[in-house]
Design a protein around this ligand. Structure first.
Ligand code: NDP
Length: 487
């Protein structure tokens, strides 16, 4: 059986490349090639820039409310096609249908809807200066680039295109080579909704295509989601043309469970924050610090629920709640971390092995894994694993656990479970992290800004402030009086 071959999406349509180069995309749950995609060669890259210039001229000249109406049509189409798009995400990423059906498309659509609503509300300022005055205009940046990771491919494309397009920019988006189809479907939807040709182009390929975007002198901003190491390379190359950057990078986030916490709720948060999307979420609370007096109760419940409630298998089966990791390579990487955890002396509470579920025997599954007796210096406690591997640590003193939780170069997220309202806020205010939860974990509504402290990122996505990251302020001074000149 031949598999489909997808082309790059440029200027409102598919564009064939000239090199003939393609790459294969596999379903992580079956290890089978499901389709091929053409690489964006220099012919496609040039076309992407030329059409984005033309698209930008048309789009940026439209009234914001007109752009808003078009984007809201796209939102409606996204919601209408939820199941079709969710299935693409399941086949590309290996995540369970149970999640994709109610999260991936909807949270993407929410963000476009949110920014479509905000666009007409963005205003400049006016101020008198004596009898003269000045005013400011919020103008779009021009052509922006988005580069996405593979864990939430369609959602990431929506989170970047929502504010970029609402503010009047054109966006050239490169999805991860592992998960390229969702962005193509989004491009088709934007086109159908009436977004002018060239305003949202999708270019396909691996690091080289990403590098081209970060170097191109025609691109004003790069919004990147991915690993810290790649993020540093992107910032370095964007510096060559002084591009604006937004960086959404990795984390190694702490969850603090105090002695007065609702333990069942804290276990729910720990499981969600380590096993949802089979552990492939940037904000995951992979370091769980539990107060000594409730430690045993916590790990007993955690072990029971992990062993009884997690159902791994064919991700399309609606009863499955735990999917396959993205690739064989990533599977091996995660298994390598588990081996390190064992070798460095952590106790394996549960999991720790590859899985071969009957309904998906060839998938890249790793059992939900919990290590206890962890210490702060262990590799599994220090490095982002991006898989279903949780490290549980003990603490006794509030100040000490805050110091330990902050003792990392990363600062994406943090959480605290306690019924003491003063302690909850006191502790969370001291967390060096950009996304924090009290008695909750993982929720990220369109209205809430998200982004990292320290090496977990630069700038924010979502929330009102993000629209500012896609505009530049023009100040205009108006002379109402005669110019005073010594010349
Ligand atoms: P990578 O950093 O490997 O890749 C991210 C994207 O960058 C991919 O599209 C990749 O292409 C591309 N790329 C690779 N090298 C370069 C380069 N030199 N220049 C420009 N682009 C390049 O991340 P992953 O895809 O492995 O995603 C997992 C990581 O993403 C984790 O660290 C996770 O924490 C982070 N993440 C952060 C989020 C946040 O909001 N903070 C959200 C989701 C994930 P290709 O893959 O095709 O090679």
């Amino acid at each position: 059986m031949t598999t489909p071959v997808y082309q790059n999406f440029i200027n409102g349509d598919f564009l064939k490349n000239q090199s003939g180069e393609t790459f294969a995309v596999k379903n992580p749950a079956t290890d089978e090639v499901i389709y091929h995609v053409e690489v964006a060669d220099s012919f496609v890259q040039n076309a992407a820039i030329e059409s984005a210039k033309q698209g930008f001229a048309v789009w940026s000249a439209m009234a914001p409310i007109e752009r808003s109406r078009i984007l809201l049509k796209a939102v409606a189409l996204l919601r209408e096609r939820n199941d079709l798009l969710a299935k693409i995400e399941v086949l590309d990423t290996g995540k369970p249908w149970q999640e994709a059906e109610c999260v991936d498309v909807q949270t993407g659509a929410d963000v476009i809807e949110y920014f479509a609503g905000l666009a007409p509300a963005q205003v400049g300022q006016q101020q008198m200066v004596g009898e003269d005055f000045f005013y400011t205009r919020k103008e779009p940046l021009g052509i922006c680039a988005g580069i996405g990771a593979w864990n939430y491919p369609l959602q990431i494309a929506c989170w970047k295109s929502g504010p970029a397009l609402a503010a009047g920019n054109a966006l050239i988006f490169k999805p991860s080579e592992e998960t390229p189809l969702g962005a193509i479907k989004l491009a088709e939807i934007f086109t159908e909704a009436g977004v002018p040709a060239g305003v949202f182009n999708v270019v396909q390929g691996a690091a080289e295509v990403g590098q081209w975007l970060t170097h191109s002198p025609d691109i004003e901003k790069v919004s990147f989601t991915g690993e810290v190491g790649t993020g540093k390379k992107v910032v370095a190359s964007a510096a060559g043309t002084l591009k604006d950057v937004t960086m959404e990078l990795g984390g190694k986030s702490p969850l603090l469970v105090f002695e007065d916490a609702d333990i069942s709720q804290a276990v729910s948060a720990a499981m969600l924050g380590n096993f949802y999307t089979q552990g492939e979420i940037c904000t995951n609370c992979t370091r769980i610090y539990v107060h000594k007096s409730v430690y045993q109760q916590f790990i007993d419940e955690l072990k029971t629920r992990t062993e009884q409630n997690i159902v791994a298998g064919d991700p399309l089966d609606p009863s499955v709640n735990f999917g396959a990791l993205i690739s064989k390579n990533h599977h091996n990487l995660v298994m390598g971390y588990i081996e390190k955890g064992i070798n460095e002396g952590a106790t394996l509470l549960t999991g720790g092995k590859a899985l071969r579920p009957e309904s998906a025997p060839n998938g890249y599954f790793v059992a939900p894994t919990v290590f206890t007796d962890c210490t702060d210096d262990m590799t599994i406690v220090k490095e982002e694993i991006f898989g279903p591997v949780m490290s549980v640590l003990v603490f006794e003193d509030e100040d000490d656990v805050i110091r330990r939780a902050n003792d990392t170069h990363l600062g994406l997220a943090a959480g605290v479970f306690t019924k003491d309202i003063k302690r909850a806020h006191r502790v969370i205010h001291q967390m060096q992290a950009g996304i924090c939860w009290i008695n909750s974990y993982g929720n990220s509504p369109a209205e809430m800004p998200v982004g990292g402290y320290k090496q977990s990122g630069i700038g924010r996505e979502n929330g009102i402030e993000t629209l500012d990251h896609y505009t530049q302020t023009k100040s205009i001074y108006v002379g109402m009086t005669d110019i005073e000149s010594p010349f």
